[in-house]
Design a protein around this ligand. Structure first.
Ligand SMILES: Cc1cc2nc3c(=O)[nH]c(=O)nc-3n(C[C@H](O)[C@H](O)[C@H](O)COP(=O)(O)OP(=O)(O)OC[C@H]3O[C@@H](n4cnc5c(N)ncnc54)[C@H](O)[C@@H]3O)c2cc1C
Ligand code: FES
Length: 319
């Protein structure tokens, strides 16, 4: 038995911007409310699914707000929709049906996300979704180990809240890693007993630990080494435990190796450049094992993923 599989229906909807706030130097939090039909489609959305937003009509922010390293590419046209996952989805029942609010945490790193900085309350966006297959939650799950690398954090924040709401008996701990403290899309604070924790997870009632490559916050080293250390010092029942990982591919490959070393199941949310987002253009291929044979085949990240069983993925880079 499993929960968390994708909602099969998708469509093109509008969403109104409620707010768009800067949370760290290059990170913003965008809150949207979907139109009534879109709300029906997104009501059952699960963590790990995503949407594609049309940002082609937006203008660039004033030059003084464009980071120096992005000035050369800022003026490039934004023809294709851009994929984003959710850090939170809240559904409120109303007399006219559900009203769905989405939260997206985005990192400004190119022409489309630069334009997103200019979004303000009342602006209306066109989006396609919900897309892809999210994380699967098995009924046997008792311990969820979340591993977030850099911008991989948003869907795991959604997953943390989803588990608290729908599977309160599941013990959940999130390990958030980044190159350095400034690269974490989170607010850090000192926990009561545990040292540095992530405020956003703490608010949800989810335990957390921080790792940075340069040691500027929390554990010094790769987040997967931090998890390894934690697993070595805890009694884990593999049949009741699942790793959920989202972040850069070397980190996902590291999570897959960690899971194999400890005999744990692991789901990884893969990232590929996406053009159409709906399985038409073939631009987001992922090499996976074909059944139990040594042969491989290609699946589409946007349609068959982005979440895959880590044992099936042929990673393009090693941890
Ligand atoms: C399923 C999915 C969910 C995502 N969720 C989020 C999210 O919640 N928050 C967020 O900030 N971003 C998310 N992204 C990434 C986001 O789509 C890109 O950052 C965005 O499209 C960049 O657009 P741009 O025009 O600003 O920059 P671009 O010029 O398109 O890209 C800037 C740089 O980022 C790299 N890049 C862009 N997209 C990807 C990708 N998909 N995989 C690997 N490298 C990439 C490019 O190679 C380039 O070097 C997600 C991507 C996918 C596929
Ligand atoms: S993005 Fe077009 S097939 Fe996946």
């Amino acid at each position: 038995m499993e929960n968390g599989v994708a909602v099969r229906h998708k469509g093109v909807f509008t969403a109104e911007v409620l707010s768009n706030q800067q949370i760290r130097e290059c990170y913003y939090r965008l809150n949207l409310v979907l139109d009534p039909i879109g709300s029906r489609f997104f009501e059952q959305v699960v963590p790990g699914q995503f949407l594609e937003i049309d940002l082609s009509g937006l203008s660039l922010p004033p030059e003084r707000h464009i980071p120096a390293e992005l000035r050369d590419i800022a003026a490039r046209q934004v023809l294709l929709r851009r994929p984003f996952s959710f850090s939170d989805v809240v559904t409120t029942p109303t007399q006219d049906g559900p009203c769905v609010k989405l939260e997206i945490v985005y990192c400004v790193l190119g022409p489309a996300t630069l334009r997103m900085m200019t979004l303000k309350s009342g602006d209306v966006l066109s989006l396609i979704g919900p897309l892809g297959n999210g994380f699967k939650i098995f009924q046997t799950l008792k311990l969820a180990v979340l591993i977030a690398g850099g911008m991989g954090a948003p869907p795991l924040l959604h997953l943390g809240g989803y588990l608290r709401r729908h599977f309160p008996a599941v013990e959940t701990i999130c390990f958030a890693g980044a190159r350095s403290c400034e690269d974490l899309p989170f607010t850090l604070k000192i926990g009561n007993l545990t040292g540095l924790v992530v405020d956003e997870f703490d608010t949800l009632g989810v335990a957390s630990q921080v790792a940075t490559d340069d040691g500027s916050a929390g554990f010094k080293g790769f987040v997967t080494d931090c998890v390894r250390h934690w697993l070595e010092n805890h009694t884990i029942k593999p049949e009741e435990t699942m790793i959920f990982a989202c972040g850069p591919e070397p980190m996902l490959a590291g999570a897959a190796r960690l899971a194999a070393d400890f005999g744990l199941a692991c789901q990884v949310s893969m990232e590929r450049m996406m053009a159409c987002g709906i399985g038409l253009c073939q631009s987001c291929a992922i090499e996976v094992k074909k059944g139990k044979t040594d042969e491989t085949e290609y699946k589409l990240c946007c349609k068959d993923g982005p979440v895959f069983d880590s044992r099936n993925v042929i990673f393009q880079v090693q941890p």
